[in-house]
Design a protein around this ligand. Structure first.
Ligand code: 13P
Length: 254
């Protein structure tokens, strides 16, 4: 049985130490001892340490939103996986659609990051998903397959089991338009079937596939109740204690 993983992607919000620590402490006060689901907070780099400190002694884990696939060197503006580990990170979000579109990240680059993160001991949360036009054009499965194939290239079955996949239809991100539970489930099932074909059934059954895109307390239960939806990657609703905790409480796992 896969444990749900509910992660807050704070994006470029709460980068100041005090605001980040307040939010993290607020979440920890409500769900810090929850063991039925994995709870992860992913603040901006500048507030990783305050958030790690704020959740110390709880079951909440911390993740970063990006990394560069080298230990150190002349990579101005980038961040090393070793420094993320030093900050206390357990997870790292890779290949978010905002990075794919705004920063032109390719499958090949994301694949390098996934391989590097695993080698260093960080758990990658690898994002995949189609744009609205791609969905309208009937290309959802082709896009998702391309992202899976490219992002996971060269990984062993054992490595893939560690990766968390986040299916985030781009048209549902920050728009208030959520994929219906049935539509989301269909894509998640497609991903799991792809993993079965590319690896094996045990591997595919072990991989956790999160849904992301306008997840809220009132739609969380139906989405997270789908057999192949194993959690959520939550943007806007993770910026307030009540809504993030509401999603966790409505997950059906507590
Ligand atoms: P929203 O929850 O704001 O739609 O964002 C989803 C997302 O991009 C999480 O990574």
């Amino acid at each position: 049985m896969r444990k749900l993983i509910l992660a807050g992607n704070w994006k470029m919000n709460k980068g100041a130490a005090s605001a980040a620590a307040d939010l993290a402490r607020g979440v920890a006060a409500e769900v810090g001892s929850v063991s039925e689901v994995d709870v992860v907070l992913c603040p901006p780099f500048t507030s990783l340490r305050p958030v790690v400190d704020a959740v110390k002694g709880t079951r909440i884990a911390v993740g970063a939103q990006n990394m560069y696939p080298e230990d150190s060197g002349a990579f101005t503006g980038e961040i090393s996986p070793l420094d993320l580990l030093d900050c206390g990170c357990k997870y790292v979000i890779l290949g978010h659609s905002e990075r794919r579109t705004i920063f032109k990240e390719t499958n090949e680059f994301i694949n390098k990051k996934v391989i590097c993160a695993l080698a260093k001991g960080l758990i990658p949360i690898m994002c995949i998903g189609e744009t609205e036009q791609e969905r309208v054009d009937g290309k959802t499965e082709a896009v998702v397959e391309n992202h899976l194939k490219g992002g996971l290239a060269g990984l062993t079955a054992e490595q893939v089991q560690t990766v968390v996949i986040a299916y985030e239809p781009v048209w549902a991100i920050g728009t208030g338009k959520t994929a219906s539970p049935d539509d989301a489930q269909a894509v998640h099932k497609f991903c799991r079937d792809w993993l079965t074909a590319a690896y094996d059934q045990a591997t595919a059954q072990a991989v956790r596939i999160q849904y992301g895109g306008s997840m809220k307390p009132d739609n969380a239960h139906d989405l997270l109740g789908q057999p192949d939806i194993d959690g959520g990657l939550i943007g806007g609703a993770s910026l307030k204690v009540d809504s993030f905790v509401g999603i966790i409480r409505n997950s059906g796992a507590l």
